[in-house]
Design a protein around this ligand. Sequence first.
Ligand code: PEP
Ligand code: MN
Length: 360
Amino acid sequence: MENTKKLRSWLDAFGLDHPLVIAGPCSAETEDQVLKIAHQLKNTDTTVLRAGIWKPRTRPGNFEGVGDLGLKWLQKAKEETGLLTTTEVANANHVDLALKHDIDILWVGARTTVSPFIVQELADALKGTDKTILIKNPINPDLALWLGAVERFYEAGLENLGVIHRGFSTYEKTRYRNNPEWQIPIDLQNRFPDLPLILDPSHIAGRRDIIFDLCQTALDLNFDGLMVETHYDPDNAWSDAKQQITPQKLDQMTVDLRIRKEEGDEIEFRNKLATMRAQIDVIDHKLLEILGNRMKISDQIGSLKKKNNVAILQTKRWNEILDKMILQGGDQKLSEEFILKMFKAVHQESINHQKNVFNE
Ligand code: PEP
Ligand code: MN
């Protein structure tokens, strides 16, 4: 992908003075539901109406979508409101039907991006069209797999492309349904700064109350748009009920979010600075997480030493760690003075943790 400027021409063509907003229900449920939501979104910042027609579910037995029938509802919603439309496609037959029904933008779901075979099938089915394709990250945190999918479409001659960050699956339960792992979209953005990057806060959050904060982080990181699951009666949605918000809530959110889209030298400088600061915040958060994990192991060592009646402080082991860290720190361009100060502090905290375990 050499000339990546072209990749965003579909987005530039909208001429928006705010990030792109894609909104609509997780699933199309009934014609009335689709039309009602579309009308409620009509006078918001929303440009594109989303609705899943074929729903890939991790476990069978959940609502699997209304199928082809729903494509007509999307067409009708577009006619009545002027909103563009988008739905998820997961095989060549879906592509064929979506093209026949003039769906404007197609998205590739997280469970599809993981499979190069299916991605290739989609790319082949779309060859020769000028459709806009948005590619969600794969379920697993693998940047190469995500980029590989983008490349398969690009190599099939599709140049209206974008990516959607929807978080990554983890085995442990965290505060998120899918961990944001912000470093991955940041890396992607650094490699392909022109490839439109859209946040799907709904599938990251899995719940309503943190959607706003996720959107703000993404805008601070210079994302190009948001895809938000929206329903007039979120609690009674047929899928992903916990994470959907009402169109009214979405509208308010777009007012409350700090958006940095203006141009001008001074503003550009401030935007760049703000983006880098947001990147640093992501890394600092990671640092704390890593330090927390390190101390958890210190606690375990503490209880092991206690059981075996061994002293907390073991100077020989400590000196070995320091020597190794000074060498490795040098490779990272970190001064010996800094490494000494930092590891002394880490070591002290570790001793305190072990002492607490001894005193329990
Ligand atoms: C969706 O957007 O409704 C969806 C199924 O998303 P994902 O592929 O990110 O799980
Ligand atoms: Mn969903």
